[in-house]
Design a protein around this ligand. Structure first.
Ligand SMILES: O=C(Nc1cc(S(=O)(=O)[N+](=O)[O-])cc([N+](=O)[O-])c1O)Nc1c(F)c(F)c(F)c(F)c1F
Ligand SMILES: [Zn+2]
Length: 258
């Protein structure tokens, strides 16, 4: 199975997932000066007020919070999107030290972590699985986390991590609204890309926010208490460095909101 180690990590994924060497892979290094300001790109709208979080779990690659996506109660719309996309889950990618851990980089600079809110196009596709293989099936909102003071709401997630320490563990996680994890302004870069974990489907409209949120090293350190491995696995495998490095931009254009 795939992972982030020497043998099973990003440089090996192409063997089982040849699309890893495709033409619209993610993440990428975003170069602000080369992004095209596009006046036709309006603001994005995050309608999360009626969102219903269900559970928090450790899937062996990250910690994931899942939402009820049976109707349009929580959607992202506007910006580069032709219709609303339903919030399905969010998860994080992080490093073992503060200067790396994000997946996208900005002019070669990495952040300590990156939050991904995964949404799917329920107008055009019947299921998430179907959307996840379509070129306009998914919209992932990426938010950078940088180190500084404690984030006032992140404790709601870090307080639950001890319950999902091992791969395959899951626990109820109701009443969490990810609006509390957003930065103050929603200016963004957008480009066509892919999932950054296998199966690496080229089905993602990426929306990466320019403004990061601030979390403390203590809070981020709690994520590193998670394990890639299951409780019964002999070897302890601390969950960290679960990020894919930037991939070739190829013939793509990165656009910028105003
Ligand atoms: O649901 C998925 N969520 C997901 C995406 C990413 S992502 O980093 O690729 N991303 O898009 O943000 C990272 C993690 N994670 O926990 O680290 C995730 O759990 N992935 C996914 C999948 F697992 C499949 F088996 C599949 F067939 C499919 F279509 C999928 F889209
Ligand atoms: Zn991700």
């Amino acid at each position: 199975h795939w992972g982030y180690g020497k043998e099973d990590g990003p440089s090996a994924w192409h063997r089982q997932y040849p699309v890893a060497k495709g033409n619209r892979q993610s993440p990428i290094d975003i170069i602000p000066d080369e992004a095209r300001r596009d006046s036709s790109l309006g603001p994005i709208f995050l309608k999360y007020d009626r969102c219903t979080s269900l559970n928090i779990s450790n899937n062996g690659h990250s910690v994931v919070v899942e939402f009820n996506d049976s109707d349009d109660r929580s959607v992202i719309q506007g910006g580069p999107l032709d219709n609303p996309y339903r919030l399905k889950q969010f998860h994080f990618h992080w490093g073992e030290k503060g200067c790396e851990g994000s997946e996208h980089t900005v002019a070669g600079i990495g952040y300590a972590s990156e939050l991904h809110l995964v949404h799917w196009n329920a107008v055009k596709y019947k299921t998430f699985e179907e959307a996840a293989t379509a070129p306009d099936g998914l919209a992932v909102l990426g938010i950078f986390l940088e180190l500084g003071d404690d984030h006032r709401w992140l404790h709601m997630i870090t307080d639950a991590l001890y319950m999902v320490k091992f791969k395959g563990s899951s626990t109820d996680f109701k009443g969490f609204n990810p609006k509390c994890l957003l930065p103050s302004n929603l200016h963004y870069w957008t480009y066509l890309g892919s999932l950054t974990t296998p199966p690496l489907h080229e089905s993602v409209i990426w929306i990466v926010l320019k403004e990061s949120i601030v979390v403390s090293d203590k809070q981020l350190g709690m994520f590193r208490l998670l394990q890639f491995s299951g409780e019964e696995d002999g070897r302890r495998m601390r969950m960290e460095n679960n990020f894919r490095p930037p991939q070739p931009l190829k013939e793509r254009l990165v656009r910028s909101s105003n």
